[in-house]
Design a protein around this ligand. Sequence first.
Ligand SMILES: *[C@@H]1O[C@H](CO)[C@@H](O)[C@H](O)[C@H]1NC(C)=O
Ligand SMILES: *[C@@H]1O[C@H](CO)[C@@H](O)[C@H](O)[C@H]1NC(C)=O
Ligand SMILES: *[C@@H]1O[C@H](CO)[C@@H](O)[C@H](O)[C@H]1NC(C)=O
Ligand SMILES: *[C@@H]1O[C@H](CO)[C@@H](O)[C@H](O)[C@H]1NC(C)=O
Length: 245
Amino acid sequence: MASSHHASLISFTLLLTFLSFSNAQPAAPAPGPAGPLNITAILEKGGQYTSFSRLLKETQLDKQINSQLNNSFSNGYTVFAPTDNAFNNLKSGTLNSLSQQQQVALALYHVLPQYYTTDMFQTASNPVRTQASGSNGVYTVNITSSTNQVNISTGVDDATITNTLYSSPPLACYSIEKVLLPDDLFGVKPPASAPTPASKSPKSTADAPSEAAGTTSTTANSAVGTKWSSLAGLGLVGVTLSALL
Ligand SMILES: *[C@@H]1O[C@H](CO)[C@@H](O)[C@H](O)[C@H]1NC(C)=O
Ligand SMILES: *[C@@H]1O[C@H](CO)[C@@H](O)[C@H](O)[C@H]1NC(C)=O
Ligand SMILES: *[C@@H]1O[C@H](CO)[C@@H](O)[C@H](O)[C@H]1NC(C)=O
Ligand SMILES: *[C@@H]1O[C@H](CO)[C@@H](O)[C@H](O)[C@H]1NC(C)=O
């Protein structure tokens, strides 16, 4: 269970190759080279996104965004900004239960690596990739839209776009009334509860290698089993560390 948590946290790699924006003035509907695009300013102007802003700040994604403003090798970005109300409606402790890396993943989950107008969502093909990813690959959302409505589904919860805070290539920022909860972080995990009781000793995984070394060949099967899980654990540590570098 713990390792599957770690597994979903590897979105740090994306942090390093995160957002890039070209110049545009947030306040002005018409694009112009007046100043750097500033997601914080857009959210500040919106007036009800302090929690999301804080999440971006605490995970330092605001800096990542602002430090790569000039990268033009991108399809732009779409940010779903949950209102403060959305954060207040989370089950208490939801954010605090997340590690720093999980919070990064949560923040990145609200960003699509492409600029979408609301009309463009109608031609988006599901599942739509977000900026977040983990051991199971890229975290995705499903988007369904009609001419006057855009719904986003994570598999755990659903949101509807309620307002456009900013939309001019390369950035779109839409208001939503739900925090998008990635299935990889918040979904029910069937494999953890289903498997055979005999081969599973969740809490003693860390001690497994030395135990396994001393076992006789008759217990080879279970030894192999534990060895696999400890190798998987080591692999995850490696990935996590390299992602942090
Ligand atoms: C972005 O906007 C925020 C809020 O207005 C401001 O504090 C910050 O200095 C701005 N960052 C850049 C890089 O302009
Ligand atoms: C973007 O490029 C312009 C022109 O080269 C430069 O003046 C500006 O400081 C750059 N902005 C950032 C955030 O790097
Ligand atoms: C969006 O979700 C609402 C509420 O769940 C639903 O009534 C509506 O039909 C959905 N619209 C689209 C375009 O999927
Ligand atoms: C998302 O859409 C894909 C493709 O239509 C579908 O296979 C998948 O079940 C959907 N996932 C959710 C969580 O709705």
